[in-house]
Each structure stands twice: as structure tokens, then as C-alpha cells.
Ligand binder design. Structure first.
Ligand code: SF4
Length: 402
């Protein structure tokens, strides 16, 4: 993908995991072929920024040599699974993800799926997966197996085994692919599964729409939604660390990867789960560079966790103003429990969820200004407009009455 600072190359590691060796190589590649910067995305991917077009193909070869590149774009698209990084070794989440991934890639009836069609796989043990956008949520249901749920549908389907879960997931995906193909043929946008299901259900006599496999049980839809996990030790799993605005320098990643860790799990919260570290003292953290607040956030009260920003100018060609410095400058004024998102344009690609305050860069008569909206996404009509300077001079005004 082309951007203002060169190409952005997205890496979707298998099962959302990077070995220490892969992480170290990725850092080296970001330094050698890009701008030395990696971004953690809200879909648990990691992307290299600032790649020069003439470096692209050698970068892809190097990623392939590390097992970090799919054989083709179809497989990369179908492998759009966001896997709960806090799943336990024995809860079956990773095994289900592997089985689903293989089944999706082998299924020729899925051609034409909307480009962003994706699954989330949740352990059901915390609320962090509720904010992950997905067409189908697969949720571990205690000892009862799995729940398949489509956001917006009050009823979920409970499957007693991973095999049945994969079969049902494929039925949903095939139905969505068929709908998308028909809509494209009619000159329409392919849509997303939740919206397509709602539209189809509104047709008289439309039910049953889906030829789901036998053995499923209808149950109420449910996914815990008590917010993203905070940085800190995760019992039996490792250390969850955030990067300011989800940006990691190649040097910081390389140092972490070389420090004796086992692996990293990517998360949809712009954090990394560091596996193979024990909470045995500050020397371990210092060796990994994790004690450096310029690169990593370990304190759950760190104000930078309360802000997000897209690339903004000059990194993104669509951006109407810089975003990241402004977000970091305003972070300490964001009240506990609130969230500020700064977007370089109304596309809002760095955050789909509403924020307590969203600032969106717009063209103004004397230069860029920021549209201000409360409890809204970047697409919302702003309540007022502020210059970057007045925002910096009067940060408290943004959060009055909150
Ligand atoms: S929201 Fe707009 S400015 Fe920001 S990264 Fe996306 S396209 Fe670029």
C-alpha cells in the first residue's frame, strides 16, 4: 500500500505469533528496507512503514524466507482471523484457529468474499475481544464448545466441537461470498455479513437463510465487553506491553527479541504479549529494553494509553494535518476512563470505535483545523472546529463536563 512516506507492508504472522528470531529479523528488515518503524494494528498485524518501491520485492522475499508471507493474496485475505492473544495453551483457541484457517484456504466457494471479511476468536475470559471488528465472532463457551455469533444478531449458534464450529463458520462465509458476488454483479457494494444478514432477514419469508449443519443449538449472543486488558503480567502467559500510539522502533523491537524471550503475540490493542519472560526482577526488563518509557508502556495508568492517532501527515497522503504529536501532547489532559482519537481525515482508519472525543483534521480557510465530536467516530459531523494551536493552549476545554 502506498503512503506519504513510502510503501506500507502489512505482515500477518501465522496465528498472530512471532518467534524471537522472526521478530529480530522483522526489526532488521524494517531498518534495512523501511523507515526503521513498525506499527501494531487494531487487527493484530504488524506493518513496516517507509518502504521504498525498489526495495519492495527484496523485502517480500525476505519475509517469505521467515514464513511471514502467504503464497498469494487470496490466502492472505482469507486468513483474516484476529486470535485472542490471551488465550490459554489448553483452551483450544489456537487449535480452532489453525483448523479454520486451513478450511478457509481450501474452500473454493469463498471466492468473492468482501475484502475485509474476517473472524475473531475469543477465549471468552476477558472483555478485550468485544472491540475487535469481525463478521463472525467465535467465542469459547466454557465446557459447552463454541458460540458462533454475528454482531447485531441476538441469537448465537452453539457448537459442541471444533469440527462443527468450522463447518458452521464456512456456511456463514459461503453465504456471505454468494451475496457479495450477486451484489457486485448488480453493481452494488459487496457489503458486510452483519448488514447482509439484517437486510435478508427483513425480507418476508426469508428464514431460514442459512443451511447450517445439524447439531447447532441456538443460545443468546454474549461476549464480555469490559474493555481492553491493561499492560502488566498476565498469569501464566507473559508480559503485556504497549507501544506509544502502537509504534515500535526497529531498535526497540530488536533489543526485545534478542533478550532471551521465547516469542511475541500480536494483539488488537496495539500491545505485544511477551512470552517467555518471568516476573523475576528489573534486570530482565532492563535487558529487554522494556524499562524505557520512550519505547514501551508498562504502567496501566500511563496517559498515552488514553489516546490514539492515525499516521496523519506527512506519513499518509490523505492526511490534512499531523496527528501523532498532537495526540501525545494532549494525552495528559484526557481524564481517566476517557479516550481521545486524533484522525488525519474522516476515513478514521486507525479506530473504528467511538471515542470520548474525536478530533478530525479538516481544511480550513487559513489552514487545517480539527473537527471536534463527542462519543463519536471520525465519520461523525463535528460539533465545533479548533485549530491545533488552540487545542494545545486550551486542552481542558475538550473534556469539560466529562
Ligand atoms: S484516517 Fe485518513 S489521514 Fe489517517 S491514516 Fe487513514 S486515510 Fe490517512
Amino acid at each position: 500500500m502506498a503512503s506519504g512516506d513510502g510503501l506500507v507492508v502489512r505482515v500477518r504472522p501465522p496465528l498472530g505469533q512471532l518467534s524471537a528470531a522472526q521478530a529480530q529479523r522483522l526489526a532488521e528488515l524494517a531498518e534495512a528496507h523501511g523507515a526503521g518503524l513498525l506499527e501494531l494494528t487494531s487487527r493484530a498485524n504488524i506493518q513496516l512503514r517507509g518502504v521504498a518501491p525498489d526495495q519492495h520485492s527484496s523485502l517480500l522475499d525476505a519475509l517469505a524466507a521467515q514464513g511471514l508471507l502467504d503464497p498469494d493474496a487470496r490466502q492472505e485475505q482469507l486468513r483474516n482471523l484476529v486470535i485472542d492473544p490471551l488465550c490459554a495453551p489448553d483452551d483450544g483457541v489456537l487449535a480452532l484457529a489453525e483448523a479454520l484457517q486451513q478450511a478457509l484456504v481450501a474452500d473454493t466457494a469463498l471466492d468473492g468474499l468482501p475484502a475485509k471479511f474476517g473472524f475473531s476468536l475469543a477465549s471468552g475470559r476477558h472483555g478485550g475481544m468485544a472491540e475487535v471488528a469481525a463478521d463472525v465472532q467465535l467465542v469459547r463457551d466454557g465446557t459447552q464448545g463454541w458460540r458462533l455469533q454475528v454482531p447485531g444478531q441476538p441469537v448465537a449458534w452453539q457448537a459442541h466441537s471444533a469440527t462443527l464450529t468450522v463447518q458452521a463458520a464456512l456456511v456463514l462465509a459461503r453465504w456471505c461470498a454468494a451475496q457479495a458476488r450477486a451484489r457486485r454483479a448488480a453493481g452494488e457494494h459487496p457489503g458486510r455479513l452483519p448488514q447482509l444478514l439484517r437486510q435478508a432477514q427483513a425480507q418476508p419469508g426469508a428464514w431460514p437463510l442459512l443451511a447450517l449443519p445439524a447439531g447447532l443449538r441456538e443460545v443468546p449472543s454474549y461476549l464480555p465487553a469490559d474493555g481492553s486488558p491493561a499492560p502488566g503480567w498476565q498469569c501464566g502467559l507473559g508480559l503485556l506491553v504497549a507501544a506509544p500510539l502502537g509504534r515500535v522502533t526497529a531498535g526497540a523491537l530488536a533489543r526485545l527479541a534478542r533478550s532471551g524471550i521465547r516469542s511475541l503475540r500480536l494483539t488488537p490493542w496495539r500491545m505485544l504479549l511477551v512470552e517467555g519472560l518471568a516476573p523475576s526482577g528489573s534486570a530482565v526488563l532492563a535487558a529487554a529494553g522494556l524499562d524505557d518509557p520512550a519505547h514501551w508502556i508498562r504502567d496501566p495508568q500511563d496517559a498515552r494509553l488514553r489516546v490514539s492517532a492515525c499516521s496523519g501527515a506527512p506519513g499518509c497522503r490523505q492526511a490534512l494535518a499531523p496527528t501523532q504529536d498532537l495526540a501525545l501532547a494532549l494525552a495528559r489532559h484526557v481524564p481517566d476512563g476517557a479516550h481521545l482519537h486524533v484522525s488525519g481525515c474522516a476515513k478514521g482508519c486507525a479506530r473504528q470505535l467511538p471515542s470520548t472525543v474525536t478530533l478530525v483534521a479538516q481544511a480550513g480557510p487559513d489552514g487545517p483545523v480539527f473537527g471536534y465530536a463527542r462519543d463519536a467516530t471520525a465519520q461523525a459531523a463535528p460539533d465545533s472546529r479548533w485549530s491545533a494551536r488552540s487545542l494545545r493552549d486550551n486542552p481542558g476545554l475538550m473534556f469539560e463536563e466529562i
